[in-house]
Design a protein around this ligand. Structure first.
Ligand SMILES: *[C@@H]1O[C@H](CO)[C@@H](O)[C@H](O)[C@H]1NC(C)=O
Ligand SMILES: *[C@@H]1O[C@H](CO)[C@@H](O)[C@H](O)[C@H]1NC(C)=O
Ligand SMILES: *[C@@H]1O[C@H](CO)[C@@H](O)[C@H](O)[C@H]1NC(C)=O
Length: 408
């Protein structure tokens, strides 16, 4: 019984040897004779390879003295044999194999997928086998995920703004935020910054100066980088101001009232009379309105109104008003009659125009005895300049004046 088993075993072994010999018999006879003397070697390192997704990858394995030995390519992670010699074993149609004089073996993977990433082995079936490993790195250029990225925003000034940007890619992309113009004034998170790294950009209490075009740029070293433009609109209520809040004029003169406002969106500006005895419907028609857009993109409106002082009714308060969807702002300018029509008598010697003037209060005292109106002037107020050089002659002048008055 044992004998039979032995015979069977020997037979089985010889069949196996025969099968292998059959395989090798396809090679020229002289090769077999040299079999024991050959020692195939790798001629070059099987270097790593980085390929962008959907491109082709070529893994090159260089050997010499291969003779009857065979070259196989394997995917290490999944333990699959891809090719043996010129035969593609795997069912993956994207894989092909070529060789140049059995020295340069090239495994080609068409239309590379992310799943092709990993270690590959080039193996010679010596005993023990010889092998080399190579890492195929598959990279993906960045792409912005629109559904998870902010769109244009319209906010009111001093609101908190959060902009987010999501991008895919291999390796994972870095997100950089920039402002299209004048990066310096984009004061992000209370610091002057030219750019911000991170997928979420927070702008607390946004100001009008931070409005503009923001760019979210995704890059991972694999060209091309991609970016998305976001428009940040900051609305704010108008602010109006007048350089001169009072102007003086006399009847027959013409005065120009001026106001200017800043706003976003653009404001509607107009003039109104604002005296207490007038109703709010007293619009003043006319005037000129000039709009410009400043570097921040905000609207600047300059408004002017010419007023002809034809009579006393033209004096009084005028309001300039700027209004937009967010709010309202007004300023009041007063037209006062010039001092010349005043009841008190102003004495203003031309030589000392800016240095002082004396006001005499008209005190008419009735003299009962001789029923004569005695005109006496008393000095009510003396304004002197700070300059004593001018003040001294002024005092002499004043003194003389008093003497003259009393002499009369
Ligand atoms: C090949 O790639 C692997 C994995 O990224 C890395 O560990 C190895 O150092 C690389 N080898 C060479 C020679 O660059
Ligand atoms: C805006 O953010 C600040 C902190 O950055 C917070 O204190 C404030 O409550 C926020 N305002 C609103 C309206 O969310
Ligand atoms: C002073 O007052 C009297 C009566 O109140 C008036 O008649 C006279 O013209 C006044 N004089 C001046 C200089 O204003």
């Amino acid at each position: 019984m044992q004998k039979i088993i032995w015979i069977l075993l020997v037979l089985k072994l010889s069949f196996k040897v025969l099968a292998i010999s059959d395989f090798f018999l396809k090679e020229p006879n002289n090769v077999i004779k040299e079999r024991t003397f050959v020692d195939p070697k790798f001629a070059a390192p099987f270097s790593n390879l980085t390929v962008a997704v959907s491109r082709d990858a070529i893994l090159t394995c260089k050997v010499h003295d291969l003779y009857q030995y065979k070259i196989a390519f394997l995917k290490v992670d999944s333990q699959t044999i891809l090719t043996i010699q010129n035969h593609v074993i795997t069912k993956n149609h994207r894989i092909s194999i070529t060789n140049t004089e059995k020295k340069i073996w090239q495994l080609k993977i068409r239309d590379v997928k992310i799943t092709d990433r990993g270690w590959y082995m080039c193996q010679i079936n010596t005993d023990p086998m010889k092998s080399q490993m190579s890492y195929l790195n598959v990279v993906v250029p960045p792409d912005i995920v629109d559904s998870q990225t902010s769109n244009d925003v319209i906010v009111q000034e001093f609101e908190n703004v959060t902009l987010s940007c999501k991008a895919t890619g291999l390796p994972e992309p870095t997100i950089v935020w920039k402002r299209e113009q004048d990066l310096k004034s984009a004061n992000v998170e209370n610091r002057e910054s030219y750019s911000f790294i991170g997928s979420v950009l927070k702008i607390p209490f946004i100001t009008r100066h931070q409005a503009g075009i923001y760019l979210c740029i995704a890059s991972n070293g694999i060209p091309p980088s991609v970016s998305k433009r976001l428009k940040v609109v900051v609305n704010f209520k108008p602010k109006i101001f007048a350089e001169h809040r009072t102007v003086t004029a006399s009847i027959g003169q013409k005065v120009t009232l001026e106001c200017s406002s800043v706003s976003f969106p653009n404001s509607v500006n107009y003039w109104m009379r604002a005296n207490d005895d007038l109703t709010t419907k007293d619009y003043v028609l006319g005037g000129s309105y000039e709009t410009t857009i400043d570097s921040d993109g905000t609207y600047v409106m300059k408004m002017k109104l010419n007023v002809n002082i034809n009579g006393p009714t033209e004096f009084g308060k005028y309001k300039c008003i700027a209004k937009n969807a967010i709010g309202y702002s007004e300023e009041t300018i007063q037209i006062l009659p010039s001092k010349t029509t005043d009841n008190s008598h102003s004495f203003q010697p031309t030589s000392f125009v800016t240095t002082y003037f004396i006001t005499f209060k008209n005190e008419s005292i009735h003299n009962a005895e001789d029923d004569v109106i005695d005109k006496r002037y008393s000095i009510a107020t003396v304004y002197l300049s700070k300059s004593s050089a001018i003040a001294f002659p002024s005092l002499i002048f004043l003194f003389l004046l008093i003497i003259i008055v009393f002499a009369i």
